[in-house]
Write a new protein. Structure first.
Length: 274
């Protein structure tokens, strides 16, 4: 999924319709999630594992998104973090959704969370949308759609080495401790500084916005990253070839950043990926 910046080509009518409906859906879903965010003390919360929580806000927000796409595009498949994947046998297009990425910050009352939607057609990532309701920021972009936040064009950071900005390092219980220690040592030795906000999707889209130099993570689920990856690529950033093998279902490593620091970012994952 390596990329160079180019003017987007005109989308087909079918893609444009999906993009426009997705914009409406993500704003509606964000409003629902933000309503829960304003009353987080009343939510029912369950644990799916270490530092992996789910609340009624996640479930109900995904339900809204899934039903909306099923109504508008019944021929498309759906893959959500909470409800899983629908039948792919007769679908060429699939919506990949995380209703609330950054559930833990969300439940702690912090604004570091977002709704993430991506559309994949015949194995190609066509476009993505990331909405952060607390900051009222809607990021969009794709192969046929320019990268913007609230309509303002995005470009990746022009930095050429780690000293030019902040690098997000993602970590989860699926990641080996050796990776975290090793990557931090390499980053600091390269005169860089690390960043982490609890939402992989939001950190990734900040790469597309030029706010961060890059983001690296040994393993990310597709619902966590595809929406932002589409925006990074549309903004002229570089990303590893994420959708290889069975990554859509089972996830993959992620290296994403400004083109001139991509190779340096890639070195942060050279050890401890297992």
């Amino acid at each position: 999924m390596n990329t160079t910046h180019a003017m987007p080509i005109a989308p087909s009518e079918a893609l444009r319709k999906r993009f426009e409906i997705a914009r409406e859906v993500i704003l509606e879903a964000g409003a629902l999630a933000n309503g829960y965010f304003r009353r987080i003390g009343t939510l029912t919360v369950k644990s799916k594992g270490s530092h992996d929580l789910v609340s009624e806000a996640d479930v109900n927000t995904e339900d809204l998104i899934r039903k909306s796409f099923a109504t508008h595009f019944p021929e498309d498949a759906f893959f959500g973090e909470e409800s899983g994947m629908t039948d792919l046998n007769h679908a060429s297009g699939i919506w990949v959704v995380d209703p609330i990425d950054g559930t833990q910050p969300f439940l702690c009352g912090m604004p570091n969370w977002c709704v993430s939607i991506a559309f994949v057609l015949n194995g190609t990532l066509e476009f993505g949308l990331i909405y952060n309701p607390p900051c009222e920021e809607l990021f969009v972009g794709g192969k046929s759609f320019p990268a913007t936040v609230n309509g303002v064009p995005l470009r990746t950071n022009p930095g050429t080495d780690f000293s030019a900005g902040l690098v997000s390092i993602g970590f989860s219980p699926r990641s080996p401790h050796a990776f975290l220690f090793d990557s931090l040592t390499k980053l600091l030795a390269g005169k860089g500084m690390f960043f982490r906000n609890g939402s992989g999707a939001l950190s990734l889209v900040y790469v597309g916005a030029g706010r961060l130099l890059g983001h690296v993570e040994p393993h990310m689920h597709s619902w966590d990253c595809l929406g932002a990856i589409a925006i990074i690529e549309a903004a002229g950033g570089k990303v590893n070839d994420y959708l290889t093998g069975d990554a859509l279902r089972n996830g993959n490593r992620v290296v994403a950043g400004a083109p001139r620091v991509f190779d340096q970012l890639d070195t942060l994952l050279e050890r401890g990926e297992g």
